[in-house]
Design a protein around this ligand. Structure first.
Ligand code: CUA
Length: 322
């Protein structure tokens, strides 16, 4: 049994489960492995026994009579009590892991994560905003989740943790990443058209790199306009719907080599792709729908969310995509 479980865990750490990025993910996998092994053994006993008895007691001749069978109390107690013990054991084991997952560590690095159709905004205490979660390795991190519109769900498969982000309240999850690298983050609550594109990365870096990153991000205000625009383009998740380096459309039209051209709207009108067109498309996305794209547009309005200076930076960046 112990060997089987060890093998299961090796198999899970290998290919058929995502990387184990935290201590808790190993515990979750151990429990999952145990469930698989117990289910497998039960299946063999049950199905194997069924086939064995069916063959053994098969009617052999025409007047072969089935023996009168009544119940056996000892047997009934056994097959009720043994599973009960196993279930209670699994429940206890699961409860211990769940308790660890849900008990927030003291002195954790707190990061606010907010969901909005269809991107995550990650905000650090020093005011840095990002669309990716960057955290130091071997440090307790607490994510405080919220939502600006509908229910989203923040899921890090490699850490085996998932939590809904519900509008109107805060929910927290914590983890302590043990491995450096990049991990997937998925939204796992259907939240509209681009739910499946609501993906981001969790980057685990050394404490030193983390400190450097925080400082460099906080100095973004001193960058040249177009470079700042490129940052906002990422942090506001424009990039999840618009290509910037090839002419193919994503969920929205490409912005590659568009500047200064005449573009067609769905209603047949033509419009110059200039400052005012870009501004209107960002602030009032429903006012003009590009030809070939659905109406109403899935693009959210950024009215009241982008300052004039941020908008100018984004426009400057789009200008440079030619
Ligand atoms: Cu956000 Cu699905």
């Amino acid at each position: 049994m112990a060997i089987l479980m060890l093998l299961m865990n090796k198999a899970m750490a290998g290919s058929f489960m995502p990387t184990q990025g935290t201590e808790i993910s190993k515990q979750v996998d151990n429990l999952y492995g145990f469930l698989l092994v117990v289910s497998f053994i039960s299946c063999v006993i049950l199905i194997g026994g069924m086939i064995y008895f069916a063959l053994k007691y098969k009617r052999k001749t025409a007047n072969d009579k089935t023996a009168y069978i009544t119940h056996d109390t000892r047997l009934e107690v056994l097959w009720s009590v043994i599973p009960l013990i196993i279930f209670l054991f699994v429940f206890g084991w699961g409860w211990v892991i769940y308790h660890d997952m849900r008990t927030m560590p003291k002195d954790a690095l707190e990061i606010n994560v907010s969901g909005k159709q269809w991107a995550w905004t990650v905000e650090y205490k020093n005011g840095v905003k990002s669309t990716e979660v960057v955290v130091p390795v071997n440090k307790d991190v607490k994510l405080v989740l919220s939502s600006e519109d509908v229910i989203h769900s923040f899921y890090i498969p490699s850490f085996r943790i998932k939590q809904d982000a519900v509008p109107g309240r805060y929910q927290a999850i914590w983890f302590k990443a043990e491995k450096l690298g990049e991990f997937h983050v998925f939204c796992t609550e259907y939240c509209g058209t681009s739910h499946s594109a609501m993906i981001t990365k969790l980057k685990v870096v050394s404490q030193e790199d983390f400190d450097k990153w925080l400082v460099s991000e906080s100095e973004i205000g001193t960058l040249p306009l177009a470079q700042r625009g490129a940052k906002y383009f990422q942090t506001r998740a424009c990039a999840s719907c618009h290509n910037v380096d090839n002419p193919a459309a994503k969920i929205g039209p490409t912005l590659y080599q568009r500047w200064g051209k005449e573009v067609a709207n769905a209603d047949g009108s033509k419009v110059a792709f200039d400052e005012n067109h870009v501004r209107e498309s960002i602030m009032l996305p429903q006012s003009q729908i590009a030809a070939g794209f659905p109406s109403p547009s899935p693009m959210p309005s950024f009215q009241g969310q982008l300052s004039e200076s941020e908008l100018a930076a984004i426009i400057e960046y789009i200008k440079g995509l030619n």
